[in-house]
Every structure is written in C-alpha cells, then in structure tokens.
Design a protein around this ligand. Structure first.
Ligand code: ASP
Ligand code: MG
Length: 470
C-alpha cells in the first residue's frame, strides 16, 4: 500500500490513560490524511509483571501469583475507567477480565505442574499487548475513529523458536493481506499487538524482549508501507547517552546500518532486529518522542550522501569478558576457537565482540551477563577434555568491564580516526583492555574497566565533536 503509515507506540507511550489518549490523537491526526495501522506494546512494566508471575507460578508461590493477577487486572480496569466514557465501562471491564482470565488460566496451569513450557510462556505474555491494544481501540471507537484490535498471532508468521522467533515474510505477507487489508480498505484503523506472532501451524510465539519495534517493521515491510514511525519517550537517536555526555544531541539522520549497530551496542532506542525487514524495500523509519511530538526526531534511511567521521558513541554494561588461553602451544588454537564458537552458537548466545592476536592463540570475547551462565556451561562442556588435561588454562571471566562502541559509516577509509579515538581515551589515563574493528569499518569497539566507561564515552564524544552538527 503506497501511502500506508505504520506507527508503533512503546510501553511508556501506552503507560497510562493520559498517554493512551495522546497515542490515539497522534494516530487519528495521521489517519485523517492517509491509511494508518498501529502496533502497540504492553503498558510499561506489564511484560515484566507477566514474566514474574509465571516464574512465581513455577516456583509454587501462589500468594505472589494471586497478588500479581490482581495488580494486572486493577491497573487495566483503572485505566479503562479513566480513559472511557461511563457507558463503555462495563463492556471494557468484561473485555479486560476475559484477557486477564486467559493469562490466569495459563499461570494456574504452571502453578499446578511447577513447569513453565516456553510455548505457554509465549502464549501468556502476549496478553500484555492484547490488553493495551484492546484499550486503545476501545478509546478510539469512543471518539468515533473506527479502530479494531488485532492479535498479531493472526498476522505475523514465524519459526518455532519460542521467546525469540524469526519472521517468515512470505506467509506474513499473505496473512496481513488477508487480515489487515480489508480493515484498511474500510478505513478502519488496525491496532495490532506488538511482540507476539505464531508459527505456520498456529503455535503462539514472541519476538524477544523489546520486540514490538520488530513487529512494526515486519508489518511495514509486509504491507509495503510508505513509512514507519516509532514513538518512544526520547527525542530520537542521540550522539551519546545524555546522562553520560551532557552535550549529546539528537541526530537528524542515521543510516539503517548505523542504527542497527547502535542498537546492538547498547543504545536503547530501537530493537536491533528492527531494520532488517525494511532493507529490501528501503522503507524510511522515524524515531519520535510521543512526549514531545513537535520535535522532528531521527530519520533512519538506507543511505546518507555526505557526512564524515563517527556519528555516535554508545556503551554497554551488564556484560562479561570471557578469556580462553591455551596452556602451551601443543594444542591448535584455531581448533579451540572453532569449538568455543560452536558451543556459543549452540547455546544461542550472542557475542558483541571477539578478539584474538597472540602467538599463544589466546582469545577473548564478550557475552551479556544474563547469558553468562549458559555460555559458561556450554563452553566448559565442549572444552571439558582440553580443560581436564591441562591443555587450556581455566576459563577466566571478568565482569568489571564495559564496552564502548563508536559508530559511523563515514569512518570507512578515513585514516587517523582510530588513532584519535584511542588517544582521547588514553589521555584520560584509561586502560584499553581489548579492541576491535570489523572490516566494514562501521564500528570501532573497545573494552575498558567498568569504572572508566563513562569517562571513555565522554572523551570520545568530545574528541570527535559529536555534540556539534556536522
Ligand atoms: N512488551 C514487550 C517487552 O516489554 C515488547 C515491547 O515492549 O517491545 O519486552
Ligand atoms: Mg520497547
């Protein structure tokens, strides 16, 4: 659909009756001009509450399960009362109770069995988005904007990797044509749940935490939208975290590749997988602030003609550095690396940075702390013989580290940049533990001690003049 606008509202943009009214107004304004479909996250903190409830159910903690269910219901009912005219309260409360009841049924099943099967988790946690989609659709209808809540399980098709599924675009295209086109043709605004989907044979899945951005981009691509607007609670993609670098600024434009790198390296503004579905059709994306809609935000585009040097610097904590070192040269370092990487891939663990360079073929890499235990377990299992026979030193782990990533397509082929960046850091007396630049020259990454992380970000931001317009 050539003029379709897809908009996504995140958890804080859906976080209260007042916020939902604003999201509805922003949607209606655009809907008056062109076809619009929106994708919504659960109200802020709701997904955490749902996940916590299921963990407590598995532990057998019935008291917390009941308290959480009550909190879930109360929050949405109170929101509905504030949001909707009195004559719609009863129907809305019924709708909320039905959805909370579905969640409650699954949570109670887990409580009974003391088990938390991934597929049931995905079915249950999608209720957060169904509740918020229901609320905003009811509100729009009460203001005479025809809207309909749509469960994305009917629209987005994925593989069966529960908790972190990947879309199957062809099937999603067919499903969205079948479900959403008829609504759009009638000028009804579809309100699609973010985060969830289903397999080809209809089993419920989710797209990973923060996955509603990804849902929106999948739909924008499937429907051949003209644009995607992602509404959050910050002004756009920034040159650095403004809490760390006081003079950080909103970047008017970044490329898909830059935005994806920044998201991957810790900038919280966009889910890292968001841009992939849009690349083929080159659909532009805007990152906008629903708290300050008058600010333009950041436009994310396939390519930017001019612009030199690094564009932004980001940092990541909650990571750990894992080092693997052969005890002697009797063992093939390449083989050890191959085995370690295979173990990480089987564990499904992401590696934000990896380096190796010495004659002893030692190497180190980063993993997220949340995935550390799993990574360690898979590595120790895979390398158990080498470790037991003393060919390898014990695997060493350092959690007191942080990753700094400098990102910009303009760094490609620009001599002297890496030198300036490293000088800026070392002038502050900061020791660089490890560093890497891929041959795409899109990102220069370095590991520093956790205590030095923020100073490193500030010194790079200043050295490269990222706070000033190019
Ligand atoms: N509600 C989901 C989460 O909190 C998805 C999202 O908000 O993007 O992870
Ligand atoms: Mg989000």
């Amino acid at each position: 659909m050539a003029d379709l606008l897809v908009m996504k509202f995140g958890g804080t943009s859906m976080g209260s009756a007042e916020r939902i009214q604003i999201a509805a107004k922003l949607s209606a304004e655009q809907h008056a001009k062109r076809p619009v479909a929106i994708v919504v996250s659960a109200m802020s903190k709701v997904t955490d509450l749902l996940l916590n409830t299921l963990s407590k159910a598995e532990e057998g903690d019935a008291t917390t399960v009941e308290a959480n269910l009550e909190a879930l219901k109360t929050r949405h009912i109170e929101c509905a009362r504030e949001l909707l005219p009195a004559d719609r309260h009863e129907a809305a409360i019924q709708g909320i109770e039905r959805l909370v009841g579905e969640f409650s049924r699954i949570a109670h099943g887990m409580l009974l069995l003391r088990e938390r099967p991934p597929r049931s988790v995905d079915e249950a946690i999608a209720i957060g988005e169904q509740l918020s989609a229901f609320l905003i659709a009811e509100y729009m209808n009460s203001t005479s904007v025809a809207a309909e809540a749509v469960n994305a399980a009917r629209v987005i098709a994925t593989d069966a990797v529960f908790g972190n599924a990947t879309p199957i675009m062809e099937a999603t295209r067919e499903r969205s044509a079948g479900v959403l086109k008829p609504l759009l043709d009638k000028r009804v605004l579809p309100v699609v749940t973010g985060f969830n989907a289903s397999t080809l044979d209809g089993k419920p899945t989710t797209l990973g935490r923060g996955g509603s951005d990804f849902s929106a981009s999948i739909l924008a691509a499937a429907l051949d939208a003209a644009e995607l607007w992602i509404w959050t609670d910050v002004d756009g993609i920034m040159s650095a975290d403004p809490r760390v670098a006081k003079n950080a600024r909103v970047l008017p434009e970044v490329t898909y590749a830059e935005a994806a790198e920044l998201a991957f390296a810790g900038a919280k503004v966009l889910h890292p997988r968001t841009l992939a579905p849009l690349a083929e059709r080159q659909i532009p994306v805007w990152s906008k602030n629903s708290f300050r809609p008058e600010v333009a935000g950041t436009r994310i585009v396939p390519k930017i003609a001019e612009g030199h040097g690094p564009r932004a610097v980001t940092s990541m904590t909650n990571i750990a550095m894992v080092s693997i070192e052969p005890a002697n040269t009797a063992i093939s370092g390449t083989m050890v690396m191959a085995e370690a990487i295979e173990a990480l891939s089987r564990a499904g663990v992401e590696v934000p940075l990896i380096t190796s360079s010495s004659y002893t073929q030692s190497f180190c890499f980063l993993v997220r702390q949340a995935e550390l235990e799993r990574a360690q377990q898979f590595l120790e299992e895979r390398l158990s013989l080498e470790l037991a026979h003393g060919y390898l030193k014990p695997i060493s782990i350092d959690k007191e580290v942080g990753l700094v990533a400098v990102v910009g397509e303009g760094m490609r082929g620009t001599p002297g940049l890496a030198g300036r960046i490293f000088m800026a850091v070392s002038r502050q007396g900061i020791n660089i533990v490890s560093m890497a630049q891929g041959s795409s020259e899109l990102t220069i990454a370095m590991v520093v001690h956790r205590k030095d992380l923020e100073q490193a970000v500030r010194s790079i931001h200043d050295e490269c003049g990222m706070g000033q317009p190019a």
